[in-house]
Write a protein that binds this ligand. Structure first.
Ligand code: GDP
Length: 611
């Protein structure tokens, strides 16, 4: 087929062949693969109504639309597929348990606590953790590491249960969205003095969508006005029918304050797990699992809490977690105890990584440090590309005019005390909708204090550096002050969102509105040499102001717009303004078509506040 001409640039046409592209590829990437000129693709896409630069990341749909137009089938490879392929090149897979299921060992259930805000998720997690006195005595002060394990007795057997200690369904969905399915059972917390609320339903939907069994903790039963029966009643509408009503869901009345019902709750979790799940794992294979939390520790460097899902993690293992890698220097439990090894469903802090992985990243143990490093490097490159793509909000361009105008962008650098909050903040910020003219982009994110290199990066235009629970370190503050970099500190997400929203609004081009200043009636027209016609007028309303904008109205119709009051006189003297009821001479510059009885209307354009 002949090469079609698009906007004067010729383009090689495909014959329906498939071309594979990573998510977030640019037109230059596509051009390279199909042997075309990037400019020709830019033009072709422009004809389809979208304006992008050759190196900008393009979303899936647009790539496919463009592909169809030029005769190629574009297959966008998802990050998961890409990662699978990456691991395959090293003869590795993630998620597939090896060996014969018969030989696997039973493992504890992993529980996530979800529910409406203020219904007591945090208190309940604290109460369950603190009730585990034995372990605390053994290890000293219990730390918050993002997950913990408690042991409870059921039918005379000591049974461990693992809790993810980052309450809220955001973390649950965030992990699931990354393909890291960690939760076996959800405890849905509902306050007995309140009832089913929007986030209760949301949490329940998430759990049901993930096909995770639910145990309902009816909390705050100590409170006056608590009505546990009402909660059972309400939840039947959502398909959660209590066992005592003939259903399959276990409801347990608890109080996170008086600690009543906590043992029953743990028992309910185990009974539910035993009844509906067969939780087993191979403890012999190379260990794999998921990162629950990552942070930068002042003394120990990057520290990640990981949940082992299969295999046995040991000190000295070569590990790759997301785009971080290293050798496991030490393994610590939630009580600060050093562990030699961690079995499946064991949350454990890993010290020894070279950087901080993100919550929801998967980890693998590999044979050699070299392999861990290569995988991490490849992932790093891929994450950078993907982030550039997804973080640039797509800007819809209505017409050519708007397309050619450069859209403005507010760039952010986000630093925080742990990877979970950095991600939560980034996600929340990306949801801010202001206007199509403005886009928001996170150019860098990370865990730890704000460093000099962050500030260096911010030295471009319109960069705001956000520190969430972290401060600028040493020289960074000095540099930021000297260069006038906008650094803001937050401890509350909502406050950050409000301020960034305000900043975005501040970048919008102002909207102007016309405000009438005054009108004057023309009584006489004077011809003044070198100046032209001057209107001898009487000010009818408001004030006539020199240099203000004006229009001329004759018999109710606008004769001329876009004029201005170029001269204004009271008798022989120049005046800056003349008020209602006074006479004056008005000159409208080179505009001379002025007649007796015309009305001169004056106005100014004032900036209108945006709401
Ligand atoms: P979250 O937002 O779901 O994590 O809720 P929190 O754990 O922060 O609890 C919200 C409020 O309810 C706090 O003031 C708690 O002290 C209180 N609270 C939590 N559980 C109970 C309970 O069992 N009984 C009573 N009386 N108050 C509780």
């Amino acid at each position: 087929m002949a090469a079609p001409s698009m906007g004067g640039v010729s383009l090689p046409r495909g014959n329906g062949q498939t071309v594979r592209l990573p998510r977030g590829a640019s037109l230059t990437d596509l051009a390279e693969r199909i042997n075309a000129q990037p400019a020709a693709l830019v033009t072709a896409l422009f004809h389809l109504g979208e304006m992008v630069t050759a190196t900008q990341s393009v979303n899936d749909e647009t790539l496919q639309l463009l592909g169809a137009e030029i005769g190629w089938v574009i297959q966008v490879v998802s990050p998961e597929d890409e990662d699978r392929e990456l691991l395959e090149t090293f003869d590795l897979t993630f998620g597939d348990e090896e060996g014969d299921e018969e030989d696997w060992s039973a493992r504890p259930p992993v529980v996530t606590v979800m529910g409406h805000v203020d219904h007591g998720k945090t208190k309940l997690l604290d109460a369950i953790r603190d009730a585990n006195v034995v372990a605390r005595e053994a290890g000293g002060i219990t730390q918050h590491i993002g997950a913990y394990q408690v042991v409870t007795e059921l039918d005379g057997n000591e049974r461990p249960v693992t809790f993810i200690d980052t309450p809220g369904h955001e973390s649950f969905t965030a992990m699931r969205a990354r393909g890291a399915k960690v939760t076996d059972i959800v405890i849905l917390v509902v306050a007995a003095d309140d009832g089913v609320m929007p986030q209760t339903v949301e949490a329940l939907n998430h759990a049901q969508a993930a096909e995770v069994p639910i145990v309902v903790a009816v909390n705050k039963v100590d409170k006056e006005g608590a009505n546990p029966a009402k909660i059972r009643q309400q939840l039947t509408e959502y398909g959660l029918v209590a066992e005592e009503y003939g259903g399959e869901t276990m409801f347990v009345d608890v109080s996170a304050i008086t600690r009543q019902g906590l043992d029953d709750l743990l028992a309910a979790v185990l009974l539910t797990a035993d009844a509906s799940l067969d939780l087993r794992a191979n403890t012999e294979q190379d260990p794999q699992g998921v990162v629950i939390e990552g942070k930068l520790d002042k003394g120990r460097g990057p520290v990640a809490t990981v949940l082992v899902q299969r295999g046995t993690l040991r000190q000295g293992d070569s590990i790759v977690a997301g785009d971080a890698y290293g050798r496991v220097r030490s393994l610590l439990d939630e009580h600060g105890n050093k562990l030699k090894e961690a079995l499946p469903a064991r949350p454990v802090q890993v010290v020894g990584l070279t950087s901080v992985p993100r919550a929801g990243d998967t980890f693998l143990v590999v044979d050699e440090d070299r392999v861990a490093r290569q995988i991490a490097d490849r992932r790093q490159a891929r994450i950078r590309n993907a982030q550039n793509a997804s973080m640039r909000k797509r800007i819809s361009l209505e017409d050519l005019d708007a397309a050619l105008k450069e859209t403005r962008q507010l760039n952010l650098i986000i630093k925080g005390d742990n990877s979970g909050t950095v991600e939560a903040l980034e996600e929340a910020l990306m949801k801010i909708e202001v206007d199509d003219e403005i886009s928001l982009r996170v150019i860098h994110r990370g865990v730890g204090g704000i460093t000099k290199s962050d500030i260096d990066l911010a030295l471009a235009d319109d960069v705001i550096v956000l520190g969430f629970n972290v401060r600028a370190e040493g020289q960074a503050t000095e540099l930021a002050n000297r260069e006038g970099v906008d650094v803001r500190y937050y401890t509350v997400i909502y406050q950050a969102i409000d301020e960034i929203e305000a900043a975005l609004k501040g970048m919008l081009k102002p909207i102007y509105e016309e405000v009438q200043l005054g009108t004057a009636e023309v009584r006489e027209v004077f011809r003044v040499p070198k100046i032209g016609n001057v209107a001898g007028s009487l000010v009818r309303s408001g004030t006539i102001v020199r240099n203000s904008k004006a229009r001329l109205i004759r018999d109710g119709a606008v004769v001329a717009d876009n004029l201005s009051v170029e001269s204004l006189r009271r008798f022989k003297d120049d005046a800056t303004e003349v008020r209602e009821g006074y006479e004056c001479g008005i000159g409208l510059g080179s505009f001379n078509d002025i007649k007796v009885d015309d009305v001169i209307e004056t106005f100014e354009m004032r900036e209108k506040p945006r709401d």
